[in-house]
Ligand binder design. Structure first.
Ligand code: PEP
Ligand code: MN
Length: 360
């Protein structure tokens, strides 16, 4: 698959407001909840109304979606509010039912993108339709699996194709429900700059009070749209309660978010600058995280040395690290002087950590 203007022409042709906003509840629960939420979102920045009809649950026994009856509620949403509709499909039956009921946008969930069999089944079922199809990243941080799914849909002649970045699961405890790993989305964006890229801050954060900041980062990184879970009564939602916002919070968010896409030269310069700065912020955060991890390993070494009563400073080891890193640095365009200064600082911090442990 090549990058080409055709990849984004569908989005430009739809002439929807930028950013593209998809909002609505995690799950369709009752007809009343679906319709009430939709009516609150009419006359807002929302272009597509989402609701999960079949819910992929990690553990059995949780609410697994209302099933096909919910598609009738989405039809009503469209009739009563004029909003376009969107839902997740995970097999051929879902696709057939969603098409029968006139759903406008179908997305492939993170747990489906990991399975080429499922993706192929969905691609075959969709062949020849002109629906908008968005592919969420796989749950694991694997760009090729994500691209593979895009290629399967592209080969099935789906023209209105895009991707949704919803973060990646990790065993580590972090402030996110699914860590963003922004660099994966940025890499996809730089390979296919014309493939529409939507961010899903709800599943990245898992917490409603973090949704705004992640949305702003996504806009700074030039994402084309946002998918935000919105529920009339989030605290009592049947799934993903902690991350859903009310329609009024959503509307306020779109007043407060700084939009980055403008066309005059000055604005374009500012948009480019904001994009690059957001990339730097992502990398700086990673740097701090990695340095923190390094110190934790170093603490472990301190513990070992303490048990054996070994000296903290091991000069041979240190000289060999420095030699290797200077060569490595050269290959990445870093001067010897910088690598030396940086590693002296890291080494000093490491010694401080170990001193503390040995003398504790
Ligand atoms: C969802 O959008 O409600 C959903 C299940 O998302 P994901 O596939 O990203 O987990
Ligand atoms: Mn959800």
């Amino acid at each position: 698959m090549e990058n080409s203007k055709e990849l984004r022409s569908w989005l430009d042709n739809l002439e929807l407001p930028h950013p593209l906003v998809i909002a609505g509840p995690c799950s369709a629960e009752t007809e009343e909840q679906v319709l009430n939420t939709a009516h609150e979102l009419k006359d807002s920045d929302v272009s597509y109304y989402r609701a999960g009809i079949w819910k992929p649950r990690t553990r059995p026994g949780n609410f697994e979606g209302v099933g096909a009856i919910g598609l009738k509620w989405l039809q009503k949403v469209k009739e009563e509010t004029g909003l376009q509709t969107a839902t997740e499909v995970a097999n051929r039956t879902h696709v057939d039912l969603a098409l029968e009921h006139g759903v406008d946008l179908l997305w492939i969930g993170a747990r489906s993108t990991v399975s080429p069999f499922i993706v192929q089944e969905i691609a075959d079922a969709l062949e020849g339709t002109d629906k908008v199809v968005l592919i969420k990243n796989p749950v694991n941080p694997d760009l090729s699996l994500w691209l593979g799914a895009v290629e399967r849909l592209h080969s099935a002649n789906i023209k209105k194709l895009g991707v949704i970045h919803r973060g990646f699961s990790t065993y580590q405890k972090t402030k996110y429900r699914n860590i963003p790993e922004w660099q994966i989305a940025i890499e996809l964006q730089s390979r296919f700059p014309d493939l529409p890229l939507i961010n899903d801050p709800s599943h990245i954060t898992g917490k409603r009070d973090m949704v705004f900041d992640v949305s702003q980062t996504a806009l700074d990184l030039n994402f084309d749209g946002l998918m935000i879970e919105t529920h009339i009564d989030p605290d009592n939602a049947w799934s993903d309660a902690a991350q859903q916002v009310t329609p009024s919070v959503l509307k306020q968010m779109f007043k407060d978010l700084k939009m980055r896409k403008e066309t005059d030269e000055e604005a374009e310069y500012n948009a480019n600058l904001a994009n690059l700065r957001a990339q730097i912020d992502v990398i700086d955060n990673k740097l701090i995280e990695i340095l923190g991890d390094r110190m934790k390993v170093s603490d472990g070494i301190g513990e070992l040395k303490k048990q054996r009563n070994v000296a903290v400073l091991q000069t041979n080891r240190w000289n060999s690290i420095l030699g290797k890193m200077i060569l490595e640095g050269e290959q990445h365009g870093l001067s010897e002087e910088f690598v030396l200064r940086m590693f002296k600082a890291i080494h000093q911090e490491s010694i401080n950590h170990q001193e503390k442990i040995i003398n504790a």
